[in-house]
Write a protein that binds this ligand. Structure first.
Ligand code: F6R
Length: 606
């Protein structure tokens, strides 16, 4: 949430910052701003409501400045206005940030800043506070250190002092920041997508360390002044991975990347047809000792966990619970060290998931995380990590990350089947052989794009849509409904098919689209009966089944098929069909599905 970029070096700061903001726009796009320290000792500040292009339009070209900071906002405190956009300038301090200052009212009252504000944001209070201490001490490090002692909340700050040319200061708590130094100057940003055009080597800024960033070096100190050497990481993907590559939208590109990222995620973990986590350093006793599993995540990652639960309980016969991280973190969970906690997060930054992880650790549980972003906070705080290899996911609506989260759940299940003796080695090999066919099934589903597009055009102007299924199909439906609502703004609900008649069927009226999944043999007839119930009330039914299953033409209006025989693996092509349905519906409505309203990638506030 909120994109941050800072640059100091030989290049024109305006251009580097605008380019970085374009790359980071998926983190927030209410408004954008930049501040530059100009060659003549002045400060250039521009802020604008709207996307980064709106900011670009008000920034003159060729501004003589080689140091500056930029921000793209997802509003928390204060509405979407030019005044509330970042950076905020107070006295000699210009700053921007990502996060929430929880005690900003108290600070404002205590230091007498009330009445001085030019915006409605908590950010301005931080600028006032740092400026206050800078006035008292004349020392930027001291001003930041003293302010940080008072500020409560999560934050990633980038700070300029107008009388210190060529230097950016930064500090973070929870909210992410990465930094890098190269021949082209020094950079700081919310994530590596903004740096990748300049360097592949970077480091994750540790919490509560003050960075002093100058053209040719980045100095990092703890709050007691000890200089610390950063731990360098390398980006493993190319700059093209964060570009559209000829597709009209990142979302479509990412949907089409799924066969490839699936392979990348599972292949390094297969040895002689069996799952193996040696390269990841995940030991077998972790899987052998646990008596139950607790999955924790948010949104799409949580829905991947629901499929994970279905497959793990089926194959392993141990209890698996799935919790919404924002609920779990304020619960009094019944966990003990015998519960394996699996945390799922694409970004590795989601604040609720991180807080839930910390709570699970307090309960003494071992934590294994499934994360896409290398070096992210959740990855670093977990006992063990299984990275998904989706590459950068830029579209706000998650698609390929969900797919590889599923892949990892299936791999974990297979390894646990083996090491817990829940299946013979030959059965595990068969399970893996089926899993390895998923890219073919995904490809088949991608080939149905045109048929889905026609259906999407038909349902584009519906007010509501329902997704129904039983068992595993219900778990897939939840993700299908979320995808549709978040990018097409159609009210979409997923229901366990048998539960509809306990209330929700009242909403079924002629023409309302019902997307029905019936891919599970043992409950197929039951699901078909539920579909008949909605059909009898005039619903427009799009039915997804396995290939070759006899379906009477009275049951549905459209019949889509997936080429999978084994019920346990139907999620992979189903996920693609539902993603395409959401994508083409938003497309038919003319929406920008890469930047849906009110959303942003990486939810770093509660
Ligand atoms: C929806 C979506 C979100 C995320 C959720 C968790 O398309 O992307 O629901 O899945 O915000 O994010 P991560 O996985 O980064 O923790």
């Amino acid at each position: 949430m909120c994109g941050i970029i800072g640059y100091t070096g030989p290049l024109m700061a305006r251009d580097v910052i605008l380019q970085g903001l374009h790359q980071l726009e998926y983190r927030g796009y209410d408004s954008a701003g930049m501040a530059l320290l100009t060659e003549d000792g002045g400060m250039y500040l521009r802020k604008k409501v709207g996307q980064v292009s709106a900011l670009e339009a008000v920034c003159e070209p060729d501004i003589p400045a080689h140091c500056g900071i930029g921000h793209t906002r997802w509003a928390t405190h204060g509405g979407v206005t030019d005044a509330n956009a970042h950076p905020h300038a107070v006295g000699k301090v210009v700053l921007l940030y990502n996060g929430i200052i929880e005690n900003y009212h108290t600070i404002s009252r205590q230091f007498g800043f009330e009445g001085l504000a030019t915006s409605e944001t908590d950010t301005e209070v931080a600028a006032q506070l740092i400026n206050y201490y800078y006035g008292q001490t004349g020392n930027p490090y001291e001003a930041i250190r003293r302010s940080i002692e008072i500020i409560e909340g999560s934050y990633a700050f980038c700070i300029l002092f107008t009388d210190i040319p060529g230097t950016i200061y930064a500090i973070r708590n929870v909210s992410p920041l990465v930094a890098a130094s190269s021949e082209q100057g020094s950079f700081i940003a919310s994530d590596v997508t903004a740096l990748i055009s300049y360097t592949k080597e970077y480091f994750v800024v540790p919490e509560q360390h003050i960075l002093t960033i100058t053209q040719d070096q980045i100095r990092m100190e703890t709050l007691d002044g000890t200089v610390v050497k950063p731990e360098m990481l390398e980006v493993t993907w190319d700059v093209e991975a964060a570009q559209k590559g000829g597709y009209p939208h990142f979302m479509l590109k990412e949907i089409y990347e799924q066969p490839e990222v699936f392979q990348k995620t599972i292949m390094p973990r297969l040895v002689e047809g069996l799952p193996n986590f040696e390269v990841d350093g995940v030991p077998d006793p972790l899987f052998q000792r646990c008596h139950s599993i607790q999955v924790i995540a948010c949104g799409t990652a949580m829905y991947a966990g629901m499929v994970g639960r279905a497959i793990m309980e089926k194959q392993l016969r141990i209890p698996v619970s799935v919790s919404i991280a924002s609920e779990f973190r304020y619960d009094t969970p019944l966990l003990d060290p015998g519960t394996l906690v699996i945390v799922v997060s694409q970004s590795g930054e989601t604040i609720d998931t991180l807080a839930a992880l910390r709570l699970a650790k307090e309960c003494g549980c071992p934590v294994l995380s499934i994360v896409n972003v290398k070096g992210s906070t959740i990855a670093r705080e977990s006992d063990y990590v299984l990275y998904t290899h989706a590459g950068p996911e830029i579209a706000v609506a998650s698609t390929k990350a969900y797919m590889v989260q599923l892949a990892v759940f299936y791999l974990i299940t297979a390894r646990m089947m083996l090491v817990r003796g829940a299946a013979e080695e030959a059965q595990v090999k068969d399970f893996i052989a089926s899993l390895a066919k998923a890219p073919e099934w995904i490809q088949d589903a991608l080939g149905q794009g045109d048929a889905i597009r026609k259906q999407a055009e038909k349902m584009a102007f519906s007010r509501d849509a329902f997704f129904i299924g039983r068992g595993m199909d219900y778990a897939f439906s939840l993700e299908g409904a979320l995808k549709l609502k978040e990018i097409s703004y159609i009210h979409a609900e997923a229901y366990a098919a048998g539960e509809l008649k306990h209330g929700t069927i009242a909403l079924i009226e002629p023409g309302v689209p019902v997307i029905a999944l019936a891919t599970q043999d043992h409950i197929f007839n039951k699901t078909i009966s539920n579909i008949r119930e909605v059909k009898a009330r005039g619903a427009y039914v799009i039915l997804i089944t396995k290939k070759g299953v006899p379906v009477s033409s009275e049951v549905c209006d459209v019949h889509l098929e997936i080429p999978v025989e084994d019920d346990r693996f139907t999620v992979f092509p189903c996920a693609v069909l539902l993603q395409l349905l959401a994508y083409y519906t938003a497309y038919a409505k003319g929406y920008d599905m890469d930047k849906p309203r009110n959303l942003a990638k990486s939810v770093t506030v509660e």
